[in-house]
Write a protein that binds this ligand. Structure first.
Ligand code: NAD
Length: 253
């Protein structure tokens, strides 16, 4: 297959890094997006198999920065064939916000921060990427979450942002199909990354693993494999789908 130009957001670590590695291993050129991890991103770029990989920077909550980063990725890669909307916030650095343990000001601040990044950042990246895919086709793959379906009682803005992302992906799948752009979404359960390490190492770790009848959580490479397939030329017919990647820990009807 011809080398494609692929932009992966939040690619300096975790699932994004595994996704970047997977595309590069398949012969594609990858734009590694990061916010404040220049060193990690550069190290990954140097480490990826193949040539032509680049690093771009943006705070996804800043619409102008998103546009500049997507345009820069397309300029340096020679166009854009795939966008993976992976970056997101949830983890220890982002304290949960249960209703009765949060002031009204904190509540608003948490919702704004999470929605700005997880939903609006992804929507803006999709708009910008679509401008480059128009006329040549492309793929957009969103990294959502099981939490969109199962609920996130301590972190409701996260669950809502991912539910919004699911709906966005379905709408864009219909809107962009006439342009040869397929849009799909993955909804992982727990994955072993920086986002979840603290949970997994805590006394709650065993219970988290036991959520799946496989008694483990996912590795980032398992998510990357699904993202890579959904971005493949032969996956056009999966456009509009939301793929559960949660080890049978949550079955939606
Ligand atoms: P991670 O925290 O290791 O990586 C998230 C990446 O997003 C980081 O590189 C971070 O810098 C970047 N990011 C966050 N906010 C940003 C912003 N405003 N601007 C630019 N970049 C920003 O987490 P991960 O586990 O690799 O998560 C990747 C994606 O997978 C996220 O969207 C997350 O919601 C989703 N997800 C993760 C899990 C899990 O269990 N780890 C489960 C379901 C879904």
């Amino acid at each position: 297959m011809e080398s494609r130009a692929v932009l992966v957001t939040g690619a300096s670590r975790g699932i994004g890094r595994a996704v970047a590695r997977r595309f590069a291993a398949g012969g594609d050129r990858v734009a590694i997006h990061h916010r404040d991890s220049a060193e990690l991103a550069e190290r990954l770029r140097a480490d990826l198999p193949g040539d032509g990989h680049v690093v771009v920077r943006a705070d996804l909550a800043d619409p102008d920065a998103v546009r500049a980063a997507v345009d820069e990725a397309a300029a340096r890669l020679g166009g854009l064939d795939v966008l993976v909307n992976n970056a997101g916030v949830f983890g220890p650095a982002d304290p949960p916000h249960p209703v009765f343990e949060t002031t009204y000001e904190q509540w608003q601040q948490r919702w704004r921060q999470i929605v700005d990044t997880n939903l609006l950042g992804a929507a803006n990246a999709a708009w910008c990427a679509a401008q480059h895919m128009r006329g040549r086709g492309g793929r957009i793959v969103n990294v959502s979450s099981r939490g969109a379906f199962r609920g996130e009682p301590g972190n409701p803005a996260y669950g809502a942002s991912k539910a919004g992302m699911n709906a966005m992906g379905q709408s864009l799948a219909v809107a962009l199909a006439p342009y040869g752009i397929a849009v799909a979404t993955v909804a992982p359960g727990f994955v072993e990354t920086d986002m979840t390490n603290e949970h997994l190492k805590s006394p709650r770790g065993a219970a988290v693993r036991a959520q799946s009848p496989f008694d483990r959580v996912a590795q980032p490479e398992e998510i990357a494999a699904a993202v890579h397939w959904l971005a493949a030329p032969e996956a056009e017919w999966a456009s509009g789908t939301i793929v559960d990647l949660n080890g049978a820990s949550y079955l939606r009807s």
